[in-house]
Design a binder for this molecule. Sequence first.
Ligand code: BGC
Length: 697
Amino acid sequence: MKIRTLALLALCLLVACSDGNDDSRGTNIEQSVRALVAQMTLEDKIAQMAGEGSVLLPEGEQFWTVPGVERLGLPPFKMADGPRGVGTVEGATTFPVGMARGATWDPQLEQRVGAAIGRELRAAGGNVLLAPTINNLRHPSWGRSQETYGEDVHHLARMAVAFVRGVQEYALANPKHYAANSIEDTRFQVNVTIDERTLREVYLPQFRAAVIEGKAASLMSAYNSVNAQFCGENEQLLRQILKTDWGFDGFVLSDWVLGTQSTLGSALNGLDLEMPVARFYGDNLLAAVTDGRVPESVIDEAVSRMVRKKLEFGLDRPSGLDVSEIGSKAHLALARDVAVNGSVLLQNNGGVLPLSASAHPRIVVAGALADMPNTGDSGSSDTRPTFVVTPLQGIEELFGDMVTIDHIGKDVLNPADLARVQAADAVIVVTGLTAADEGEGLIGAGDRLELGLSAQRTQLIRDAAAVNDRTIVVLEGGGAITMGDWLADIEALLMVWYPGQMGGYAIADLLFGEANPSGKLPITFPASLEQLPPFDNESLEVTYQYFHGYRYVDRNDSTPEFPFGFGLSYTSFAIERLRASQIQAGAGDVVRFSVDVKNTGTRAGAEVVQLYVNYPGSVVPRAERELMGFARVFLEPGETQTVEIPLAVNRLAYYDVTQGAWVLEGLQHEVRLGTSSRDLPLSIMLSVAAQQDVSVE
Ligand code: BGC
């Protein structure tokens, strides 16, 4: 055994030192993969194609394990969730949820989050992170809305690539759930029917980007079926699109337990690894290979994919990281920064925010959530932070010696409470949703069929607003919340999502003006449920249409409560002088749009410039406006910067189902820029020459 291990180490060293260029390194890895797989018995190989252990992670265990081959020096995979931090590691940093991070519109920051989580995972001894969740949010009723980044496929793709790159500085990322997993309560059985164009344009591009640009090492298949084939054995999704069209060289693992539905179908159609334990693989797969129903070449391919990633990521070598990484000061500071940048100021009548100690010396902080740790779902994305800074703690710790804080920690206010609220210079009502309202199906609260707040929490806001005309609502939750008429009763509204373990500090900083809000909604906040497509979490047959989110609201000409891309600041910005590097373009061109952004207010702050395209005269139904680029810019008061947003023309193509190809239309495209999907003051026409069969990768 020792000799083999040494032989492998020597081989790896050779690979690491031979360097030259990526190609030669790649060739060497491929040679090593072949050499290693050739030394494995069929039993060795089959053992690597399923997790070992039990359905539930036993108490005290941090990772799900997939065996390696010890005598060949091949280490096991050690997997942990998840999307807001390393879930099963005590004290790992709890970041704001994916939706909050989506609201930063800041891929660079997201890459740092990915890197921090990857580092903590590796330091704890893990090597595969079961994240990011990148399902397109078809409807905010989805119980796991909080885990993903939003409802727009371009924005999702940018955030997904960033997170994957960050994680993969240290460990393997596992974007999930491939694909069209956006209903919780029927997730194990539902069949999602999607036409090919919708699938390719709306539900897959972020996975394509994670694979091709992000070089994701692995992917998790979804529980549901797509077009009548379970995702864990879906020939079109796994074999054709992922492994052939996109050239994915990593491995696919199933979602837990019910994510694998067969031995033959799964193995033949491209599921490389059954998790968390062998049910259809293991002995069943061994028998299928032995009696010729599954060719051994299929097994070799699956195992090669996993071995390749073990070698590429150097999983056989010590990480050099120690446990001081876990919940480190630097990571906690990052979590706080992200919570600041992901909070969205939705209303600020009369500039009531930021609060100041001189104008508002007596403040009431009200609501059952004010002093409650509220970091999100209790399902698989749950984490184990050693502490959580609640909004009340954040306010008290940072501003408690400047203002008098009166805490009313409940949702039902009696006359005495109301008298306290009335006597205050301002009231901060902390409310929203918790893990009891939304989350993963079966192990969490599942889908959320009503988008409004509970009657009790609505009443809390109304009661406070009735006696205090400086009512500020801090809203927590993982997705869109409908406001109803209480919105008109309050002065300010700050959407903070589930802001992570440092959220309380971020909220305090934002409310008191130590930080300036700059988040933008990554989803539409509709005025009512009726403005959205139907959400059916009972039927086992659903159809996903081409339009959802802002594209649906725009198409129906509805007026949402707050549009996609919207968010206020304590300062003001002017954007002017839109120009393009060219106004006639063709396939393969990248057109650069630039605009001057000026901070016209008195505080430093960040703005997110957004570029949308519309397609007048298209032969297929298209979005009224579609996000195609964005850039975040930080400006001191009075400062102007030129912001450039590139647009790869091929991305304007639609998927032509009859040809099975991407087609660029010969159109005058209207390119519009502004600061939300409904505030696009600048526009320019871009004439594009028609071209059949363009590459969008
Ligand atoms: C979830 C996955 C998660 C896995 C392991 C499943 O139920 O859908 O997202 O990674 O459990 O916890």
